[in-house]
Design a binder for this molecule. Structure first.
Ligand SMILES: [Ca+2]
Ligand SMILES: [Ca+2]
Length: 161
């Protein structure tokens, strides 16, 4: 049975926390100097995805997302840091996302299509994996970026038998 996309999204929401759905804007500033970025419209084969992970170990989940330059064809991965709310729309939840525009390693990867957190050296600090697709090529390229964040924290890995 083929379901419509709207139905599929509705089924992913298990319950409402209020009588009316509560929507809070936690990301509103998409402007980098004179350039405006926006989410890449999702498709069935490549849906719009936020990959979550606490890259700076402050206890709040951050996110990686692919954004497209609204006035050009540039498409890049951006790191969204979970920070205290400083805009009126998110005061009820206290947190918001701030886009790291100055992340030069991510900015150097053109035509990014997927970005996710992954702990490459298994040291407890999340690194990043980015897939990009060069113009006119079918094959994807994978980029691994090591997170230089130095955490003053201990990391314990527990493995089951
Ligand atoms: Ca965090
Ligand atoms: Ca790591």
């Amino acid at each position: 049975m083929i379901r419509s996309r709207e139905n599929f999204v509705a089924q992913l929401v298990p319950f409402e926390i209020a009588d009316e759905p509560l929507w809070v804007s936690v990301l509103s500033d998409f402007k980098q100097k004179d350039t405006v970025w926006g989410f890449v419209p999702g498709t069935i084969s490549q849906p719009l995805v936020l990959h979550l992970g606490d890259y700076n170990l402050d206890g709040f989940p951050d996110a990686l997302v692919i954004l497209r330059n609204t006035s050009g064809s540039d498409q890049r991965a951006f790191l969204l840091e979970n920070v205290p709310c400083n805009i009126p729309s998110c005061t009820s939840v206290g947190r918001m996302f701030h886009i790291h525009w100055d992340q030069t390693d991510l900015a150097g990867i053109q035509k990014a299509v997927v970005a996710a957190f992954f702990d490459i050296y298994e040291d407890g600090i999340l690194d990043m994996l980015i897939l990009s697709q060069a113009e006119g090529k079918d094959d994807l390229m994978i980029h691994a970026l090591k997170n230089n964040f130095e955490a003053d924290a201990y990391f314990v890995k527990v493995m089951g038998k």
